[in-house]
Design a binder for this molecule. Structure first.
Ligand code: ADP
Ligand code: MG
Length: 569
């Protein structure tokens, strides 16, 4: 265990995957349950260890206060989620998923893994990117590079056909985010020409819309039902949504107050109730195309990524907009992780990749707040002065010389923002940098401000007082989404004492979680049957006979597949 490897990770809102670049290309690594997709869900088990993945996801309903998911949307905020009596930030919850993926990679590779390429939505701002790096640090992983998810996708596709010159449009609709990117590959160089997106649009919104519709059919209002009831209804909506990707109509029985009540949904109705969401997908697509200075006809390849692009309405929209079918020869669930592994292969200078180079762009404008003169000696603050424009190729560095508005000023406060509005109030505040000025009124007070944007899309700001050559660096402060260094160190210590559920017991935990969920979701005979299996399995587990446990687990898995497939939820 001395050799090192760099892994590629797709840290998703819904599912996370890990892959590695091998001699014959990128390869997905299975988790302890044998699946390459690990649900991004975390929770406490009864013994106080942490469950990650499928077992945690299946306990979302049965152990609400001990389990959580969809925390990627809190990255870069100070929002905390309670698990039992403990509060966790998104960086910490994500670190548990990363720890689990890292353990899977180590088990597969038989060597230590300490470095990773991690994908992030192209639209992740500076604070969210820094939070992702912190999550990795919490998991004992050094981030070699953050790669934009659509870039990773194009990299996975581009590799199949790298001789050709192509312009790609990548449309990624995941659980919680929507990303559109335009990339160009030319003599082995992949360049991101433009990216746009909507950080609050994903497949989960389609599930919510369907849950509301099912609630309407059942005569229950989301605000009137218990959290458990709401979550169960949502679970059914998610299942029916998946089914509508392959059929025109579907029905199910929902158990309400001990009674099986039928619900049904056609694809037509589903499209009607999600029409507003579909509309929101158009704008980022159009913006990416116009930002790249292209027309729809100029795009050679259209790639769909993310589980939610399996919905027929999404495929229809794209086919209509571009008058051709999108490509999907690589599974939309796998493509980002495979691309992250290609990037990891590039970082490790893998021989098979020596003719591929990659460049990326910053997806948004970065700058600072300025005041503009509005008459004699009067200044108006709140204006945005761009330093690095959207879609500049990274890494990049720009500098500008600024001075105080007033000659008697002994400090300049640089308020750093990111966004496209001319007014800072509409942009995202990244942080502030206080630059003390020379007190001698005769000394020149000009300050050179330099913005550097690295390949991961992470910003560094430096200010140098030209007269004294004194350098000041941005330490993100006053932004609750960014964790100060001391806080990171403190939490890192606390986290190291938390134990992840043993890897070789994950299959048992996952089967029990599934049995409990099946018990909750069934009635009558089925429920009694599941209850009996649960008790039996627990007694087999007490025997500690590994062979017997494995055998029974296999049988239960088959039974559960049948039960989960029936339409009683
Ligand atoms: P993320 O990148 O956010 O983790 P994924 O790419 O894994 O997300 O996509 C998850 C979303 O895709 C969820 O909203 C899920 O319900 C949806 N999804 C997955 N498979 C299907 C399907 N067959 N039909 C419709 N939606 C699907
Ligand atoms: Mg994704």
């Amino acid at each position: 265990m001395i050799d090192k490897a760099i892994i590629g990770i797709d840290l998703g809102t819904t599912n996370s995957l890990v892959a590695v670049f091998e001699a014959d290309g990128p390869k997905l690594i299975p988790n302890a349950l044998g699946s390459v997709m690990t649900p991004s869900a975390v929770g406490y088990a009864e013994d106080g260890t942490l469950l990650v993945g499928r077992a945690a996801r299946d306990r979302l309903l049965t152990h609400r206060d001990m389990t959580t998911a969809r925390f990627k949307r809190y990255m870069g905020t100070d929002h905390e989620v309670m698990l039992g009596k403990k509060a966790f930030r998104a960086e910490e919850l994500s670190s548990f998923v990363l720890r689990s993926l890292r353990a899977d990679a180590e088990a597969y590779l038989g060597k230590m893994v300490e470095e990773a390429v991690i994908s992030v939505p192209a639209y992740f701002n500076d604070i969210q990117r820094k939070a992702t790096v912190t999550a990795a640090e919490f998991a004992g992983l050094k981030v070699n590079r953050l790669v934009n998810e659509p870039t990773a996708a194009a990299l996975a596709y581009g590799l199949q056909d790298r001789e050709a010159e192509s312009t790609f449009l990548v449309v990624d609709l995941g659980g919680g985010t929507f990303d559109v990117s335009i990339l160009e590959m030319f003599s082995g160089v992949m360049e991101v020409r433009a990216s746009a997106g909507d950080a609050f649009l994903g497949g989960e919104d389609f599930t919510d819309a369907l849950a509301t519709e099912l609630g309407r059919q059942l005569g229950i209002q989301p605000k009137d039902v218990s959290k458990e009831e709401g979550a169960r209804l949502r679970g059914l909506a998610d299942k029916l949504k998946h089914q509508l990707s392959d059929r025109a109509e579907t029905t199910a029985d929902y158990i309400l107050k001990g009674e099986a009540r039928p619900v049904s949904i056609t694809r037509e109705k589903f499209d009607e109730i999600t029409a507003e969401l579909m509309k929101r997908m158009r704008l980022p697509i159009q913006r990416a195309i116009s930002d790249a200075g292209l027309r729809a006809d100029d795009l050679h390849r259209i790639i769909t990524v993310g589980g939610a692009t399996r919905m027929q309405s999404v495929r229809t929209l794209i086919t209509r907009l571009f008058k051709r079918f999108p490509e999907h020869s690589i599974d939309p669930d796998h493509v980002v992780a495979l691309g992250a592994a290609v990037q990891a292969g590039l970082a490790a200078r893998h021989a098979a990749l020596d003719d591929v180079v990659m460049t990326d762009v910053c997806p948004f404008t970065l700058g600072f707040e300025t005041s503009i003169p509005v008459g004699e000696d009067r200044w108006e603050a709140g204006h945005f002065s761009p330093m690095i424009e959207r879609n500049t190729v990274v890494p990049t560095s720009r500098s500008d010389v600024i001075g105080p508005v007033n000659a008697r000023q002994n400090e300049i406060r640089l308020n750093i923002y990111q966004g496209e509005s001319p007014f800072v109030k509409d942009n995202v505040r990244i942080g502030s940098l206080n630059v003390p000025l020379p007190s001698d009124p005769k000394t020149d007070k000009a300050v050179d401000v330099r913005y550097t944007y690295d390949t991961s899309g992470i910003l560094e700001v430096e200010a140098t007082i030209l007269a004294t050559k004194k350098l000041h660096r941005l330490v993100i402060e006053g932004n609750p989404g960014a964790m100060p260094r001391e806080e990171i160190e403190k939490r890192l210590k606390a986290l190291s004492s938390l134990k992840i559920h043993p890897r070789d017991e994950q299959e048992n935990a996952a089967i029990i979680a599934r049995l409990r969920a099946a018990y909750e979701n069934s009635l009558g005979e089925t429920r009694l049957y599941v209850g009996r299996i649960l008790a039996e399995f627990e007694s087999v587990m007490h025997s500690q006979d590994k062979r017997a446990i494995q055998e029974v687990r296999k049988q239960i898995d088959e039974i559960l597949i049948r039960i989960e497939g029936t339409d009683v939820f």
